[in-house]
Design a protein around this ligand. Sequence first.
Ligand SMILES: NC(=O)c1ccc[n+]([C@@H]2O[C@H](COP(=O)([O-])OP(=O)(O)OC[C@H]3O[C@@H](n4cnc5c(N)ncnc54)[C@H](OP(=O)(O)O)[C@@H]3O)[C@@H](O)[C@H]2O)c1
Length: 385
Amino acid sequence: MVRRIAILGSTGSIGRNALRVIEGLGEGYSVFALSANSKVELLAEQARAFGAKVVAITDASCRGRLVDLLGGLDVEILSGSESLAALAQLDEVDTVVTAIVGAAGLSAVLAAAKKGKRLAIANKEPLVVAGELLMAEAARSGSEILPVDSEHSAIFQAMQTGKRTEVAKIILTASGGPFLKLSGQEMEDVTLEQALAHPTWDMGPKVTIDSATMMNKALEIIEARWLFDVPVERIEVLIHPESIVHSLVEFVDGSVIGQLGEPDMCLPIQYALTYPDRLAGRARAPQLAEIGRLNFSKPDGEVFRALPLAYEVCRAGGTAAAVFNAANEAAVEEFLAGKIRFVNILELVEDCLNRHDVKTGVSLEELLEADAWARRQVSALTCST
Ligand SMILES: NC(=O)c1ccc[n+]([C@@H]2O[C@H](COP(=O)([O-])OP(=O)(O)OC[C@H]3O[C@@H](n4cnc5c(N)ncnc54)[C@H](OP(=O)(O)O)[C@@H]3O)[C@@H](O)[C@H]2O)c1
């Protein structure tokens, strides 16, 4: 059987790595559909190289250029934000790699889950915003959800060595980002350039900033809560600057099982595509004798406020995570645009959470309203500073 794959966000860091992995896997894995937001040239180049049958460009103003670039090819071209869900639901596609950044991927992920597709999920924000709805939809349709985030892939692999009822704790490792050793005071002077220089991972700008604030780990706590159905009290974060141990599961008998690998996203992407098989691929095993030493320590929740906030958000439930995520997305955009300072990101997120009246037992529409509310709040608060 040939796996026919759609990659949502094929022009980004995860999307490009997913194409490299598929190329390396060769026979048995083919690209059927691709999407981008505005990078038309790269999208057209990928569509030609991989023989995609359908492409989607969410920024509809780029459609004309894409039509020109793909002239003469037998490719269906979709455009606009709704095109993502259409792509994710194509009958010909069995596996959807979600590599879009932010909550913009939500409707497409839900659509793929409804249709019972295998979902290789890198795009964590939809799980954070609507994890309960998404997991329920997947359970109804039989959609397999396979994590691509290296930490969640490691947990998924470790989980296979025991029963769910035997899990005592999930331990998410974190590199700590570029500012691990800075004090709260030193954090005040951080520049955009410094925040974009991650010590171990090469990623898109939003997730790189999230790693520097440790919001990425905060979102991963919420992601793990939904993916593995574990109460948040049993999820811990452990600083591990070398990014070799990608995460661990502690079982009730005191055994701790982890997965080790080089910091290379090709490995978790490939495992999500080939599961339950393991195939030879691009990744090389870590050379432990060369690495010599692996370090672990507890994170400082006073400096990295995102971490304690993630636990509060999980306990509050309902709309809290949608606000947490959207406020962060909006604040990171402001930071990338040079409108606020690094430390303002978490201040804005916390401010939004404090102003928000959490609603529980909510629908998708109410989650989207909470998301939009948080974005408006960040914009208003930014203008007033
Ligand atoms: N990068 C990593 O190593 C890594 C590791 C673990 C998890 N993740 C997660 O994977 C996701 C993608 O991260 P990334 O680093 O690959 O991001 P990225 O490099 O910024 O790529 C984002 C992709 O999404 C598209 N996109 C952006 N805004 C969009 C919108 N509003 N509507 C539709 N498509 C949009 C982009 O299209 P254009 O190129 O046309 O703008 C691009 O294809 C994130 O959720 C991140 O947290 C990433």
